[in-house]
Design a protein around this ligand. Sequence first.
Ligand SMILES: *Cc1c(COP(=O)(O)O)cnc(C)c1O
Length: 406
Amino acid sequence: MTKKFLPYGRQSIEQDDIDAVVEALKGDYLTTGPKVAEFEAVLSAKTGAEYSVVCNSGTAALHLAAIAAGFGPGDCIIVPTITFLASANAMAFTGAEVCFADCDPETGLMRPKDLMSAIQRIKTAGRKPRGVIAVHFSGQTCDMPAIHAIARKEGMIIIEDACHALGSRHGPNLEAQTGDCHWSDMACFSFHPVKTIAMGEGGAVTTNDPKIDERLRLARNHGMSRDQENFTSKEAGLDISGDWGLWYYEMQDPGYNYRACDLQCALGISQLGKLEKFATKRRALRDRYYNFASELPSGVRLIGRAAECDPCAHLMTALFDDDFLGLGRNAVMSSLREMGIGTQVHYTPVHLQPYYRRMCPDLALEGASEFYRKCLTLPLFSDMELSDVDRVIAALRKVAAKGTER
Ligand SMILES: *Cc1c(COP(=O)(O)O)cnc(C)c1O
């Protein structure tokens, strides 16, 4: 009875990944070295974006995107409430106000109509929406053509939180891939170990706009520029010869240290090389869940499938009826854990977190509340076997049977 424990998600690390990191450790640079630019080139090639800026977490990527967008005090940024804390926090870091949007109770995705009602709410308060974060929950993508049309009409900046969706395709003919910014200004990724590829900690922003790329790079590295063309302070920077100092760098606006190091990028390059393999496996596991969905006990179903999207699934979230056989969600989670199956709730609506609740005490988002009441994420990760899916489904049936006995 010692079957391997199945967490809801985990990394897949092989010997060649380990070798790549060891090799980088022996190199001349531990931090910004050749692996950084190499990782960025590979990510651009994989996503189809013109520019990729790697950084040290998905949270840093979202913050860099908010800075590059110019968000700041007085701006209202729309963020769906079913997401990880960081999607909202990274906007708040800039002093902007986070305005939460509802989601589809079947998919957890912000719908165009949810965006429209958030815009309406902001306008009713006499404000103007400045930007929107489209969160591709579970690896399924938001309806980007529609979100793009709505947001652009309002002159808003569009940032995709694609932390769940590396490798997903979408659009009316599945012509876009996440990260190519087909219907957005920027897309943000996380390479945290539970995500599709792992860097330990890591993230990136992709864009097709050279000015945005430049702002991202500055903010990633203290705001330090070595571009003589843009130097302004002769007082500080001139050599006695009248030339700009060879030592000199200039800062117009303070930035951060959000750099990813060569070790992380070496791991990231090795992992990105396996993206197709990981994506194929994740798609097969997701298909297995849906193909055997009729075997799920009554009261449990998988989240709805988004239209015009071929997801590289990050999460396999299921929806449990209100009183799944009279058991609470805790009882379901504990019973599954006893059978070696890890689960998690993705997500507690962010607008209900005390920090945000203080700013919007009366905001009610019905779709998100319903989704939160029902959701529980089941295991899905690249190293899982297809037969593990059957094990999860069988365990859910056991939990259901146990519930009926009582
Ligand atoms: C993981 C995640 C983040 C943050 O990424 P980190 O790399 O953990 O900082 C942001 N948004 C979403 C939707 C995520 O899943």
